[in-house]
Design a protein around this ligand. Structure first.
Ligand code: TNX
Length: 517
């Protein structure tokens, strides 16, 4: 009897040892809910385990890869409680490690990447930008609690297999209106961090409007000291010093996000018109404005000082903007006669080009003669987008009825507006950039951007509520090719994101259209 018990016990013990040494919990990579959906996933049904001894190795001594490694370790360390090391290497690392490997596959664009996961090694390969996008995929392959800031219980298993991926559109952006309400540097950094997770690569900052001027211009200091002093509702506003703006630019660069600054003109300029009397045709400074009407202000288009002003602003802005574009606004200039508007936009474009930047502007700028490489941001009028295409310009797709994140979800939404539409989560998903306007097809499209206007939004938590989850819909529309997009399948993946939203402390709209898990 004793012998039998002993025998059974040893068999049990032996199998426990055997099991824990060689066998892994099978995990199916195909069942993971990745947003935006990758191009291809092949599963091999085992798992890689992130453990205390895992290190992140990066190939050669690339500084860019080192930064990506540190970024990843900073995500993993607080929740796992490990102290994951980031090390340079010249050869493929040993078992249990993560490897960031430079590669230039022929059919990959700069943001393409491959993740190859075996039981022994997890390799992300691509160009640095692609590896960074791959890192975002990797985050989503781990349990949601990996995003937590306090120590969580493992195991940290990742399903094995191979993901090959690249974006459909090269410009996937968000816009934040920091003029109607001001958002602090830390709030903008938070938004940048969240955008990066869903592989967005551009943040357009709407830096000036009737209600406030938010970027320091050293040669015209009243713009911020006076023009930036308030915001919608009459609270005190704020502005970014050039040093703070540079800090934002570099923070975004660390997440492979380009910042595009916008100075809206000739309309939406009351804050400037209040700061400097000479910018008004009648030479009289306007009052500061803290309400939400649009279309009542204009720079004086036939005064020379106006162009000197714009030259100074664009020059100073270009100096602190490494990205290719300066956004010149151009929307809703209802009190600028068209015969003044057209030569104004023509002249401002030349100023932007003179300072070494490319022109981006709201779709009305297509009424003028566009300079080479100008981009028309389609928000309202298809015919303007078409006029842009006829002139050889690319179009940035931001239709208010699909991508405006300040539009309410439905009539019960606490914040936001609904002048263009109510946009439920499925509405934000069920559309295609290349099917909005006849004659504006994929080759004409630079990408997709989701604007967040802030008339009703006073802090980043309110911004999050309007952006999440719709920004994920727009992110997938821009990243994933149309044949691979399907709402019924997407909503399941989206529903599983809620644990991640919670771990990241994201304030989101719990739409009843989504089966939240
Ligand atoms: C239209 S979109 C505007 C903004 C407003 C927004 C509110 C665009 C180019 N102009 O000035 O803030 O609607 O949704």
């Amino acid at each position: 009897m004793k012998k039998i018990i002993f025998k059974t016990l040893s068999v049990v013990l032996f199998s426990i040892v055997l099991f824990s040494c060689t066998s892994r919990t099978p995990k199916d990579l195909l069942k993971e809910s990745i947003i935006p959906k990758p191009v291809s996933v092949v599963a091999t049904n085992s798992s890689f385990v992130l453990s205390e001894t895992t290190a992140i190795y990066y190939q050669s001594s690339s500084e860019e890869l080192k930064d990506i490694g540190n970024y990843l370790a900073e995500i993993f360390n607080p929740s796992t409680g490990y102290n994951i090391q980031v090390q340079s290497t010249d050869q493929s690392p040993g078992k249990g490690n993560i490897y960031l490997e430079l590669s230039e596959q022929a059919d990959m664009n700069d943001e393409g990447y491959t993740i190859n996961i075996t039981e022994d090694l997890l390799t992300i390969s691509g160009k640095p930008e692609g590896i960074f996008r791959g890192v975002q995929t990797l985050r989503q392959l781990l349990p949601a609690k990996i995003e937590d800031k306090s120590i969580q219980e493992g195991p940290w298993e990742i399903a094995t297999g191979t993901i090959t991926d690249k974006p459909s559109y090269g410009y996937r952006g968000a816009m934040l209106d920091v003029a109607r309400h001001f958002f602090t540097v830390d709030e903008v950094k938070r938004y940048i961090d969240l955008l990066a997770i869903y592989k967005l690569n551009t943040l357009h900052l709407h830096l000036s409007d009737d209600q406030g001027w938010r970027i320091e211009i050293k040669s015209w200091p009243n713009l911020t000291t006076y023009g930036g002093s308030t915001e919608v509702g009459g609270e005190s506003g704020g502005f970014y010093t050039q040093d703070q703006y540079k800090e934002l630019v570099s923070y975004a660069q660390g997440r492979f996000i380009t910042i595009i600054p916008e100075i809206d003109m000739p309309g939406h300029t009351n804050a400037a018109l209040a700061s400097y009397a000479e910018l008004n045709c009648d030479g009289k400074a306007r009052e500061l404005y803290t309400e939400t009407e649009v279309g009542f202000s204009t720079l004086c288009t036939d005064k020379e000082i106006t162009y000197q002003f714009i030259d100074d602003v664009v020059r100073e802005l270009a100096e602190i903007t490494p990205g290719p574009y300066i956004h010149i606004g151009g929307d809703e200039s209802h009190v600028t006669p068209l015969e003044d508007y057209i030569p104004f936009v023509n002249r401002v474009q030349e100023i932007v080009v003179k300072h070494g930047k490319k022109v981006l502007g709201w779709d009305e700028i297509a009424l003028s003669t566009l300079v080479q490489d100008a981009v028309v941001q389609y928000w309202a009028k298809a015919e303007n987008a078409q006029k842009g295409v006829e002139q050889g310009a690319k179009v940035l797709i931001s239709p208010a009825i699909k991508t405006y994140l300040d539009m309410q979800y439905d009539s019960t939404t606490k914040w936001g507006l609904h002048w263009a539409a109510y946009i439920e989560v499925d509405d934000a998903y069920n559309w295609d950039p290349a099917e909005l306007a006849p004659g504006v097809v994929k080759e004409n499209i630079l990408g997709v951007e989701s604007p967040m206007w802030s008339e009703t939004l006073t802090n980043i938590k309110e911004v999050e509520y309007m952006a999440f989850p719709r920004i994920l819909c727009n992110a997938e529309v821009a990243w994933t090719e149309k044949p691979d997009r399907n709402w019924d399948e997407f909503k399941i993946r989206l529903g599983k994101q809620c644990a991640r939203f919670d771990a990241l402390n994201i304030n989101y709209f719990p739409s009843t259209k989504v089966p939240w898990h």
